[in-house]
Design a protein around this ligand. Structure first.
Ligand SMILES: [Zn+2]
Length: 481
């Protein structure tokens, strides 16, 4: 290869690296700290209300949801004097904080006050009772301290303090909290979203849970925590695949096999291969944000995704968590057929759950399955037990919300790397996708891998220092809007 081409190639590869390497946080004033001696006890009082969501909805104690709503009124009296509040039923609360400038689009903050059950898991038990709200050695224990009563309490306390100081927002702010996020959000968030839409509202940003500040996420980041700012969320669909045929005695089976063997063949055809790997823009953005913080060779790889995408996909495909960020996942979760060993059943059913990556869609997935199932006479349809949706991505060019959060973090958490992120699970914010061009899924709590495992697991807890820094984040953010 002529020397000139080699030199050109290196220049081409190094320019993006140097550009990204230089990009640093702008010079911003450090945020004022927030002191709130009462806050931990307020959150503890909310943790003590067991607002548990059960998949079997007859087990849900609706009275606890109402108790939670009433507790907010008691704990945050200034908000209830200053803001408009709507509580149509136990599953929903909305607050409106009128801004001084009606020309600015409002911003909406979301949260949910239901929690998953707190049962012992695989022999592991809670070190403190999950609904005790115990505060000991600077730690607040309990179900909901991370997912996500903390977010509701932090928003409320921030507003309460700001109202006390005589602060009035320029932009109108809304808080909308739901009571059934853990079991699909159809009674809470879905209805609130429909009502806000009927009022003709459109938001400059909707902010919900989803990403956190992750500690010790990747070894090559040398201990730097990463703020995972969820710009997009994977889509969700479960397909039900069924084989139908004649039932009968197992002593005289049809030559081509039973519905069970036909379904098994279809399941094997789909299950044999993973869905195609893609690199969604949020993951590209995440890798680019790492460039200033990693050793040079890795920096060059992350800065030149146009060239290194195949290599990156290969590395991501090697781990379960990373693999789920680059493709639509598929998991067969249910299979149902006969009851008795000597009777051929008339129907066999399986379900395959997908989390769809940006760039893919429900329709494209279904078409790929149909192609694979050709000739097997199987029926494939949306199982319809949960709301299904395509991936939710920001409108083209929408980045104001991301900038607000990134700038706030530079002031309140200057030691963290702010990074775009793709949220793997499904959040309440999906119901608001028609009400805004940009949904940000992020809670400013610093979590270790152990903390992350405690969400929906045992020993969920949060440190008071962590809460205090998060208060500082919300205060700085709300003043900026
Ligand atoms: Zn949650």
């Amino acid at each position: 290869m002529p020397l000139i081409i080699i030199i050109l190639f290196f220049v081409l590869v190094f320019i993006p690296y140097l550009t990204l390497k230089k990009r640093d946080n702008p010079d911003l004033p450090t945020a004022e700290s927030v002191e709130s001696a009462e806050f931990p006890e307020k959150l503890a009082a909310l943790i003590r209300i067991p607002t548990v969501s059960w998949t079997d909805e007859s087990k849900v104690d609706v009275g606890q949801l109402t108790a939670f709503q009433d507790k907010l009124t008691e704990l945050f009296p200034l908000i209830h004097r200053e803001m408009e509040r709507e509580v149509p039923d136990p599953y929903r609360i909305t607050y409106k904080w009128e801004g001084s400038d009606k020309n600015l689009e409002p911003v909406l903050f979301l949260g949910h006050y239901d929690v998953v059950p707190a049962e012992e898991e695989g022999g592991e038990s809670w070190k403190q009772p999950p609904f005790s709200g115990l505060i000991e050695d600077g730690i607040l224990w309990g179900r909901g301290t991370l997912d996500i009563k903390s977010q509701i309490a932090l928003l409320m306390e921030t507003a309460e303090i700001l109202i006390k100081e005589g602060f009035k927002p320029e932009r109108t702010l809304y808080f909308a909290f739901g009571g059934d996020e853990e079991i699909s959000g159809t009674k809470g968030a879905q209805r609130t979203a429909a009502e806000l839409k009927a009022k003709g509202l459109h938001f400059a940003m909707v902010m919900d849970e989803g990403g956190v500040i992750a500690e010790d996420m990747l070894s090559f980041l040398k201990g730097k925590p990463v703020a995972l700012i969820g710009q997009a969320e994977k889509g969700f669909i479960t397909f039900k695949i069924s084989a139908r045929g004649e039932s009968g005695h197992s002593a005289m089976p049809p030559a081509e096999g039973t519905v069970v063997s036909r379904l098994a063949e279809g399941t094997a055809r789909i299950g044999k291969r993973r869905q195609p790997a893609l690199l969604p823009p949020q993951i590209k953005g995440m890798l680019k944000s790492f460039v200033p913080h990693v050793p040079l060779p890795l920096g060059v790889v992350f800065a030149n995704i146009w060239l290194t995408a195949p290599l990156i996909k290969k590395i991501f495909a090697g781990g379960r968590t990373t693999d789920s960020l680059i493709r639509s996942t598929q998991a067969f979760t249910v299979v149902r057929a006969g009851e008795q060993e000597n009777i051929i059943p008339g129907e066999a059913v399986t379900m395959v759950n997908h989390r769809i990556v940006p760039g893919d869609s429900m329709a494209a997935l279904k078409a790929r399955h149909e192609k694979k199932l050709k000739g097997l006479d199987l029926v494939i349809e949306d199982a319809g037990n949960w709301p299904s949706n395509d991936p939710i991505v920001p409108d083209a060019g929408a980045s104001q919300g991301y900038s607000w959060v990134k700038e706030t973090l530079a002031q309140t958490h200057p030691e963290v790397i702010a990074s775009p992120y793709l949220v793997n699970g499904s959040t309440d914010s999906k119901y608001y996708r028609e009400l805004t061009g940009e949904i940000i899924r992020f809670t400013p709590l610093i979590l270790s891998p152990e903390d992350i495992a405690s969400v929906h697991g045992v020993n969920e807890k949060v440190s008071l220092e962590n809460l205090n820094r998060a208060l500082c984040f919300y205060r700085t953010l709300i003043k900026k809007l």
